[in-house]
Design a protein around this ligand. Structure first.
Ligand code: NDP
Length: 397
């Protein structure tokens, strides 16, 4: 049905390439491009069958992107590089008439801050060009946003309380590692906590609110309120929400390492001079930490991510819990990547499928909860991320 260009050959790009290649009836031509072409070649070789073309591209450079877009002529770009590249890729899409999908909202390199304003500002440009931009199509944001839309559509008249719960009960055997790009991950989890309540954002010190929550097939895990990007679009798109929070599990070892990293200045994002050379401490740290893309081999256990929702249906209060559990070992066996990359790459592929099949296609810039959740939910079950529902249970909130 169409030509797709994947940008980024990390853990998530690996999974997207595998899943897109598995859906060859929809994705008739596939190209994988990244800064380091050898990584694309290795992924293409592992998939085999000459299914994937590869290229080198610097996604910080709009002209370089335009050259690639004009030669390959994709219908859709799946951006699984880093959040820093979102705007340059969107600019190149507009210049060349290409549709766009990503999994993380824009972050400027020099400031640890992310919000949708920069990308929402492209709304009119995409609309006028007749192009679709699908934002935040990983697991969280992504599936959690679609779960919320599905709950609001089918199970509630009004949703009032939303708690997104993200548990990684996996063990990779390393003293400290991050499950996706360390620079992005550390910036995310060291920021202040923030949640939505009664029409305003409440800010807390990092990790100040926490309690054990029970996760299906896993048990109790200490869970911390952190700010997460889908909260921004969900409270806008579901204005009946009285409160919206995001919880993530962290082990004590992980938090101790994180505290030390911060205290000794290794999480700094401003350049320092070392031996006459300018380096950014967090980028240097990334270079010495385990590569998230290579954690898969010994990773055991599973992730459990879902939405716990309370609201009103037919005049009565109701609770609803929708979730997916994903095994790191099964993800590795299928794609050579661990569960966190898998749970991000599969939804990105499904979003691309939705676009190619004409189900999620409208001119403008949209978060995933603004599309019909039903066909996406069906595909989750088919593409490796089956979900489960619990009604009227204790949400522990
Ligand atoms: P990695 O760091 O493993 O991979 C990033 C890839 O992008 C690398 O191949 C890197 O190239 C490439 N890249 C970086 N800069 C450029 C550039 N200027 N031009 C071209 N390519 C570039 O990250 P992940 O795969 O773990 O994550 C990918 C994305 O997914 C991130 O944006 C992350 O925030 C997002 N994500 C979203 C989640 C969700 O649920 N929504 C969850 C997890 C991640 P090189 O190899 O040369 O460094």
């Amino acid at each position: 049905m169409g030509k797709v260009l994947i940008i980024g050959a990390g853990g998530v790009g690996t999974v997207v390439a595998h899943k897109v290649a598995q859906n060859a009836d929809v994705f008739t031509e596939i190209m994988l491009a990244s800064r380091t072409k050898s990584k694309c070649d290795a992924i293409a070789k592992a998939i085999g069958g000459n299914k994937i073309q590869t290229a080198r591209v610097d996604a910080d450079d709009v002209e370089d992107l335009k050259r690639l877009f004009n030669s390959f002529k994709p219908e859709l770009v799946i951006n699984v590089a880093l959040p820093y590249q979102d705007l340059t890729i969107m600019d190149a899409c507009l210049a060349c008439g290409v549709n766009y999908l990503d999994t993380a909202n824009y972050e400027p390199k020099e400031e640890a801050k992310y919000e949708y304003s920069w990308q929402w500002a492209y709304q009119d440009k995409f609309k006028e060009a007749g192009l679709t931009a699908i934002l935040g199509c990983g697991f969280d944001p992504g599936v959690t946003s679609v779960f919320t839309a599905y709950a609001a559509k089918h199970h509630f008249d009004e949703i009032h309380y939303l708690d997104i719960v993200d548990c990684n009960a996996g063990d990779h055997g390393k003293a400290f590692a991050t499950n996706f790009n360390p620079e992005i991950n550390i910036r995310e989890v060291t920021q202040k906590g923030k949640y939505w309540e009664n029409g305003e954002w409440i800010e807390t010190e990092p990790h100040a609110i926490h309690k054990p929550l029970n996760y299906p097939n896993i048990g109790a895990k200490e869970s911390y309120v952190i700010y997460h990007e889908e909260l921004e679009s969900l409270v806008k798109n579901f204005p009946t929400l009285k409160r919206a929070r995001f919880w993530m599990t962290f082990g004590q070892e992980y938090l101790t390492h994180l505290r030390v990293i911060q205290n000794i200045g290794m999480a700094r994002i401003d350049p320092i001079i070392y031996n006459g050379v300018e380096i950014v401490p967090i980028q240097f740290l990334k270079a010495v930490l385990p590569d998230p893309g290579e954690l898969g081999e010994n990773y055991t256990g599973e992730t459990s991510i879902g939405c716990r929702i309370k609201g009103i249906k037919d005049g009565k209060e109701r609770t609803y819990y929708v979730y997916n559990n994903c095994s790191h070992e099964a993800a590795y066996k299928e794609t050579g990547a661990q569960g966190v990359s898998y749970t991000t790459g599969v939804p990105a592929t499904i979003g691309a499928l939705m676009f190619m099949q004409g189900l999620w296609r409208k001119p403008g810039v949209f978060n995933v909860e603004e599309f019909n959740p039903d066909p996406f939910m069906d595909e989750l079950n088919k593409q490796g991320l089956p979900w489960h529902e619990l009604f009227d249970v204790d949400l522990e909130m």
